[in-house]
Design a protein around this ligand. Structure first.
Ligand code: SF4
Length: 188
């Protein structure tokens, strides 16, 4: 049928087809029908979880040439069922942001310069400081002589980007270390 046939008049197409209320293909232009989503070019799809908040919506990460090209909601996720809020839907911009820092940077006390650290060195430095602060703030007894065996030198403040499993493990770490000042932003 010619594209300029009267039968191609949208109302007629709509009434003749399986879309009488014009909510489907009969109202789409040829250009729209020829368009493809960018996910059609992906080499593979990787399932993931949105990193932004503790809702933990399921995501599908579309990869082409080992680069993330799009992130969308995962319909298989039992609680988010394919949906992402605007922040989660913009996760691709987090991954591919040109200003994103991908190195560990350290600025020594009184220095004006940042230097790059490898991961092992950075972790060792964190552990050294943690242990030192823990020891410096350690109390065997309180001011009345009652046994407390705690440290006041370290405190834990969690963020709502962490999920239940991470919070469970972190709380265990703090408590096993003797910390009593443990809080989470999501309680505020
Ligand atoms: S930021 Fe939005 S998409 Fe991401 S987990 Fe939270 S609610 Fe879901």
């Amino acid at each position: 049928m010619s594209r300029i046939s009267p039968l191609n008049w949208p109302v007629l197409r709509q009434l003749r087809g399986a879309d009488p209320f014009a909510r489907g293909e009969h109202t789409e232009s040829t250009r729209t029908q020829e368009m493809e989503g960018r996910i059609a070019e992906a080499d593979r799809v990787v399932k993931s979880v949105c990193p932004y908040c503790a809702v933990g919506c399921g995501q599908r990460v579309y990869v082409k040439d080992e680069k993330v090209i799009q992130i969308e909601g995962d319909p298989d996720s039992p609680h988010s069922r394919g949906r992402l809020c605007p922040k989660g839907a913009a996760s691709e911009q987090l991954v591919n942001a040109p200003n994103r820092l991908t190195d560990i940077l350290y600025r020594a006390p009184k220095s004006k310069e940042w230097v790059k650290l490898d991961r092992e060195t950075a972790l060792e430095m964190v552990v050294d400081r943690f242990m030192e602060a823990r020891a410096n703030g350690w109390q065997d007894v309180d001011e009345k002589g009652r046994p407390v065996r705690r440290t006041m030198g370290i405190a834990g403040l969690g963020g709502a980007a962490m999920d239940n499993e991470e919070n469970y493990l972190i709380k265990k770490l703090w408590t096993a270390s003797g910390a009593v000042q443990i809080e989470n932003q999501a309680r505020i």
